[in-house]
Write a protein that binds this ligand. Sequence first.
Ligand code: OGA
Ligand code: NI
Length: 366
Amino acid sequence: MNCLQSWPEPVVRVQSLAASGIRAIPERYIKPPSHRPLSNNDFSLPQEVNIPVIDFQNVFSDDQRLRDQALRSIYRACREWGFFQVVNHGVSHELMKRTREVWRDFFNMPAEVKQEYANNPATYEGYGSRLGVEKGAILDWSDYFFLHYMPVSLRNRNKWPATPASCRELVAEYGREVIKLGGKLMKAFSMNLGLEEDFLLNAFGGEENVGGCLRVNYYPQCPQPDLTLGLSPHSDPGGMTILLPDENVAGLQVRRKGSWLTVKPVPNAFIINIGDQIQVLSNAIYQSVEHRVIVNSNRDRVSLAFFYNPKSDLLIEPCKELVTEDRPALYQPMTFDEYRLFIRTRGPSGKNQVESLKSPGPCNEC
Ligand code: OGA
Ligand code: NI
């Protein structure tokens, strides 16, 4: 049997483990000491440091001065951080709140109801509790729900939760709004590379063909949060991620100069990060950044990660306009279908995958 058809071990829902009242987490979730949350100089960055916050409303202003200023702030955030928050992004705050709440309600439904959506590693669509199919792997402290929104040919509302009753409608509306925001961000990223505003969108296959998937992460409370992680270090394999974090509970950490910085979510903001496919297309002018999620002992946490991806069968490679004699193509071409098999098989593994795409031969940045 193909190893991607089924899970290698019986699936355990982390939420039910947490609800069982155990005082000690099972060994399968205990990370080696060097991978635990408090292990490597976590306090070397001042606690008040946060990722940049970008006011998005001037990006398409008629006032050129305001527009240039806004674009420059995005450029700096992309280059210096690879992660930023956006406010005044155009998505209704009410819709954001209602969509997050409906998913919280979904995870609070009885196990049998959720079980109807149990996923498998062939497509990952549905209700899941692990990423990767390696037998005996150390697992993360989270459950999730994964669904396709774009392209329309992959959108199957029957695979989305039928209860709570408003879930499908909210996901449809939320997807529409977030895809719109993704399109605007792609324009800003393109212009900041000195390219036509539609350049990156076209490289992703155009409006009709881009991929859009939602992963709703559910991080239950954890009796021993110092021993495990909600999500292990990884960079996002796709184009970019538009994350709606939990309003009340921090958990996302971004790797910054070797330390882990906890992101403080700004109310009603989205957290945006560059993924590996934009790193490749931009020939590493933009770079994806490693991140992870920590858990805590008294609050559960819900986040909605919307992955904005290239059409999955296009070859993605450094775009010609950004390849010069001084800066040769740093990566070999690969389709996103092929690329994402790695994380789907091996699970999260830092930035190893994009590094492995590096072209052979001498290169100053390798
Ligand atoms: C992800 C992710 C962060 C979070 O789903 O890829 O990094 O805060 N999520 O849940
Ligand atoms: Ni991520």
